[in-house]
Design a protein around this ligand. Structure first.
Ligand SMILES: NC(=O)c1ccc[n+]([C@@H]2O[C@H](COP(=O)([O-])OP(=O)(O)OC[C@H]3O[C@@H](n4cnc5c(N)ncnc54)[C@H](O)[C@@H]3O)[C@@H](O)[C@H]2O)c1
Length: 305
């Protein structure tokens, strides 16, 4: 099969493009190489993937002969208030609208990355897909807008778009702004670590290999228009996760508490019964194993500096 992967120089997109190639699929990789984090990391992620540098807010996808689009390009991170907002609008809402337009015209399925951020402080835990979206960050609002665009394009153009609400993804190549990556970097360089708020916030952490598997399964097996949570089985608080990483690394972390970040929810916990029933997917990587893999990757990077 021939697939387009957008955001292929990013954390999740690069793992997905590699996995598709490893199965023998023909992959067209696309990324704008935005400067949200160190470009050298994106170059590293993209190694061997032959990524075309295309800003999808300006240029359209060429979809002749393509069997499906994995749309992972976007502007992640909940710190999306203030002056950052126009970038979130452009890279999430505008880019997704343009990808949906091209896919609708070509009659090609899109599997796109949504987020647990759509739930905000969820009305119940574990949170099923039919819980009311009440995002508390502009980022989450742009992801709701993408889901609504998928619905509008399905109704008006017959677009076949499958949405995946990823829950805090971690693993090798995790973005440098994300929690585990910051903890690993602080442990490896013996720096003080700043915990936002009390550290009692908790997440359904999801290992990237599990996310890739769910994403590929959705392209092949999800019914048109499906929307699934893709979340890890184990919930852990930030402080529990730090303790686990301290054990794995054999090091101690000096922690300093700073103000809670605006837009950061207190808790996420995925109900994954819908995707389990439809596609037989469930998270398989235990948190301790995933963190050991992530520590090995992140500490080697710091040591090589
Ligand atoms: N990492 C997570 O925990 C998580 C959780 C929920 C949802 N998501 C979503 O999954 C997707 C991938 O996230 P990630 O963590 O790999 O982020 P990432 O920033 O590492 O990857 C996104 C990539 O998209 C590219 N991009 C941005 N704007 C573009 C544009 N206009 N044209 C082409 N490429 C563009 C960036 O250069 C980047 O390489 C995003 O849509 C994100 O919102 C991620």
């Amino acid at each position: 099969m021939r697939y387009v992967v957008t955001g292929a120089a990013g954390f999740i997109g690069s793992h997905l493009a590699e996995a598709l190639r490893a199965r023998g699929d023909d992959v067209v990789s696309v990324d704008a190489f935005t400067d949200y984090y160190d470009l050298a990391e994106k170059e590293e992620n993209a190694r061997g993937l032959d990524v075309a540098r295309i800003d999808l807010a300006d240029e359209s996808l060429e979809l002749d002969g393509v069997d499906g689009v994995f749309h992972l390009a976007g502007q992640p991170g909940v710190r999306s208030f203030g002056d950052a907002f126009p970038l979130y609008l452009r890279r999430n809402v505008l880019v997704t609208q343009r990808v949906f337009q091209s896919a609708a015209e070509a009659g090609v399925r899109v599997v796109y990355a949504s987020s647990s951020s759509v739930y905000g402080e969820a009305e119940r835990y574990p949170t099923p897909e039919n819980a009311r979206p009440e995002p508390i960050s502009p980022y989450g609002i742009t992801k709701v807008a993408c889901e609504e665009l998928a619905r509008a394009y399905a109704v008006s153009f017959g677009l076949d778009a499958v949405g995946l609400r990823y829950f805090t993804v971690y693993g090798p190549r995790q973005r440098p702004d994300m929690f585990f990556r910051r903890v690993c970097d602080a442990l490896a360089s013996e720096a003080t670590f700043e915990v936002y708020g009390t550290g009692e916030q908790s997440r359904s952490f999801t290992e990237v290999a599990d996310v890739v598997e769910a994403t590929i399964a959705a392209m092949g097996g999800a019914p048109a228009g499906a929307l699934y949570n893709v979340g890890g089985g184990e919930e852990a608080s930030m402080l529990e996760a730090i303790a686990l990483l301290e054990r794995i690394s054999g090091r101690g972390l000096e922690v300093r508490h700073v103000d809670r970040a605006r837009g950061d929810v207190r808790r996420t916990k995925a109900d994954v019964s819908r995707i389990r029933d439809a596609l037989g997917w469930e998270p398989r990587v235990p948190l301790a194993d995933g963190l050991a893999r992530m520590w090995a990757w992140a500490s080697a990077r710091v040591a090589a500096r």
